[in-house]
Design a protein around this ligand. Sequence first.
Ligand SMILES: NC(=O)c1ccc[n+]([C@@H]2O[C@H](COP(=O)([O-])OP(=O)(O)OC[C@H]3O[C@@H](n4cnc5c(N)ncnc54)[C@H](OP(=O)(O)O)[C@@H]3O)[C@@H](O)[C@H]2O)c1
Length: 304
Amino acid sequence: MFGKKTQKPQIDKDQLELIENAQRRVKQKKRLYSHFVIFLIGAIFLILANTVLGIGEGFKILNIDWFVFAISLWLFFLLYHVFNVFITHKFMGKDWEKAQLDKLVGEQKLRIEKLKHKVEKDELKEAKIIQSSPATIQNKNTNNLTIIVAASENNAIGKDNELIWHLSDDLKRFKSLTSGHHIIMGRKTFESFPKPLPNRTHIVISRQENYPVPEGVIVVDSIEKAIEISKNDNQPFIIGGGEIYKQAMPYVNTIEMTRVKSTFDADTFFPEIDVTVWKETKKIPHGIDSNHAYAFTFLTYVKR
Ligand SMILES: NC(=O)c1ccc[n+]([C@@H]2O[C@H](COP(=O)([O-])OP(=O)(O)OC[C@H]3O[C@@H](n4cnc5c(N)ncnc54)[C@H](OP(=O)(O)O)[C@@H]3O)[C@@H](O)[C@H]2O)c1
């Protein structure tokens, strides 16, 4: 009614390949036949050139007349051509190459599947370990989690929720190192500040539900959550106090310590630094002057 559909011959991919292969074989055999004919004519011509026209008469290679030598050499190439057409191309032609390629691709696909499976299994294993042991949280974080602390020779760090000394260069160093970073602290240390410190992201750890804080301050109920939140910071700082320093020790990579050269009466202390775990990498001494009632040393420790 609306015109006749033209019938197109339906040739599938396999049939097309068979046809192409047959055409290739015909061409190969035609070329071989032409080679054979040229060889016959060429051989007759070489014999006549020598015997009738006397070209190169008496000239021998390896004690064989040159034309016999040339015809034998040509015959060798002809036989090699025959071998190629009927043996090599038959068994190792395009089909053979394609089959090999398919086989290789299949093997690669299988390997990729196996690797994918292994990666999935490893990820699952890692997730299980992290869940069962919070101490492994550090493995996930590639940043340099750092404790910053000022402690006396007897490890005193505070009394009545206050610092024991006022050392202006130490405060300047604290400001310069921590500015622009996350600072993680216990609730009591947070309460020892008159207000949040500028240009730093405060993370306060407390077990209290709905602990009230000014806008922008983050409250979490564990040290692991505090570390997780700061994981995109290249150097988040644990800034105290005593309880949080103690719990943070297994997670941190660096300790920036101001060692105040005196002993003090205190109610809060920094844990003893185990020199088998921590290696001192930097030491900058600072003397007593009008702004500094005590001598002190800036020390950097890195986990071995
Ligand atoms: N010298 C220094 O460099 C330095 C630095 C910082 C602080 N300090 C001094 O250290 C003293 C404060 O230290 P601190 O040891 O008494 O208190 P802190 O470590 O600052 O805070 C302790 C509070 O943190 C919360 N907390 C602790 N562990 C927790 C956990 N696992 N999960 C959830 N919440 C947890 C609790 O809050 P909730 O009670 O709300 O649950 C706990 O009462 C002050 O004297 C301060 O001046 C000195």
